[in-house]
Design a binder for this molecule. Structure first.
Ligand code: HEM
Ligand SMILES: *[C@@H]1O[C@H](CO)[C@@H](O)[C@H](O)[C@H]1NC(C)=O
Ligand SMILES: *[C@@H]1O[C@H](CO)[C@@H](O)[C@H](O)[C@H]1NC(C)=O
Length: 327
């Protein structure tokens, strides 16, 4: 290569890196463990199934854990670290239900008990597989999960600040935070439908039902009947441990009813309801409310993209022996 060609080569390489900052994920692939631990997906699936039989919370807890892991320093199981001052101690970790952590710990133990698999599969990949499984086992779409993530070597509560969306976010704030992770508005709308399962504490939306603003005590974008129900389940000074279903209609099924709820103004958070109220996102909400196949496809595609965020390879990571402790 001449000097000019070399220059062109490096310029286009850096251009490519600018255009595709998340291309580190190119190293992920399906069947990554086909040679070292071919049974990994079956083993994880069995643990997840058993854990769901014990408690339904396994489903939302695991799904949310994966999201919070990926948005803070990438999908590297850094959220699993149990030492004090780690990511899980940030106030936004909130209420990450213990059953998500427990699912990964149990699945890791089951995988490590299979001959040949011991210390071969990362915690980050086990969390990605378990997440795919809880979605499929609650009625959502199934998809082949890309694997090959390593576990991260750092986890600090400080690193969480500003990385996770808040329930009072508007569309611009949501789009900006998802874009920072390589996700489009459509990906963001699809992923928000994860709120078709699981629970929220009253404090997360109490601003919408009490003293909303000087014009209106209740958020005008909230269905009046639903607002009254929320007020009765979440009275002022409610026990802070009380959590309510986020999808009041089909709380245990992963489905597109989330979008139908938004059309009835029954989105629980401002960040949910704004997807219907803002004209830029409303057409997508309506499309997926009316077409569950289209939603399922979009959700599976968006989960795959979420799973590529900030993936660690090479010396940036390792395979943790205990998911909650650095090696
Ligand atoms: C779009 C912006 C988002 C915001 C503002 C948001 C906010 C929240 C909040 C405030 C809660 C209630 C937490 C509590 O009170 O315990 C919650 C729960 C939950 N979120 Fe999100 N979230 C967002 C996106 C996502 C995404 C992308 C996923 C997964 C793909 C997700 C999955 C969940 C699940 C499954 C729960 C229920 C957890 C449980 O029942 O243990 N969320 N979210
Ligand atoms: C999350 O952080 C809070 C403090 O902000 C802490 O009290 C809580 O135990 C943490 N949750 C988990 C699951 O570690
Ligand atoms: C409020 O919800 C009820 C069903 O619970 C529905 O019939 C009504 O149309 C909704 N109102 C609005 C403004 O969407």
């Amino acid at each position: 290569m001449g000097r000019f060609n070399l220059l062109v080569f490096f310029c286009s390489l850096s251009l490519l890196l600018c255009l595709f900052p998340h291309s580190a994920s190119a190293q992920l692939r399906k069947n990554y463990y086909a040679n070292v631990c071919p049974s990994v997906e079956t083993t994880v699936r069995n643990v997840v199934r058993q854990k769901i039989q014990q408690t339904f919370v396994t489903i939302p807890a695991t799904l949310r854990l994966f999201f919070h892991d990926c948005f803070v320093q990438g999908c590297d199981a850094s959220v699993m670290i149990g030492s004090s001052g780690a990511e899980k101690d940030h106030e936004d970790n909130l209420s990450l239900a213990g059953d998500g952590f427990d699912t990964v710990i149990k699945a890791k133990a089951a995988v490590d008990a299979v001959r040949g698999c011991t210390n071969k599969v990362s915690c980050a990949d086990i969390l990605a597989i378990a997440t795919r499984d809880v979605i499929a086992l609650s009625g959502g779409p199934s998809y082949e999960v890309e694997l090959g993530r390593l576990d991260g070597k750092t986890s600090t509560a400080a690193s969480v600040t500003g990385k996770l969306p808040h329930p009072n976010f508007n569309l611009n704030q949501l789009n900006a935070m998802f874009a920072a992770n390589g996700l489009t508005q459509a990906d963001m709308i699809a992923l928000s439908a994860a709120h078709t399962v699981g629970f929220s504490h009253c404090s997360k939306f109490s601003n919408r039902i009490y003293n909303f603003n000087s014009q209106s005590p209740v958020d005008p974008t909230l269905n009046k009947t639903y607002a009254a129900q929320l007020q009765s389940m979440c009275p002022r000074n409610v026990d802070p441990r009380i959590a309510i279903n986020m999808d009041p209609n089909t709380p245990r099924t992963f489905d597109n009813v989330y979008f139908k709820n938004l059309q009835q103004r029954m989105g629980l958070f401002t960040s949910d309801q704004v997807l219907f109220e803002d004209q830029r996102s409303k057409p997508t909400v309506n499309a997926w409310a009316g077409n569950s196949n289209a939603f399922n496809q979009a959700f599976a595609a968006a989960m795959t993209k979420l799973g590529r965020v900030g993936v660690k390879t090479g010396s940036a990571g390792n395979i943790r022996r205990d998911c909650s402790v650095f090696n």
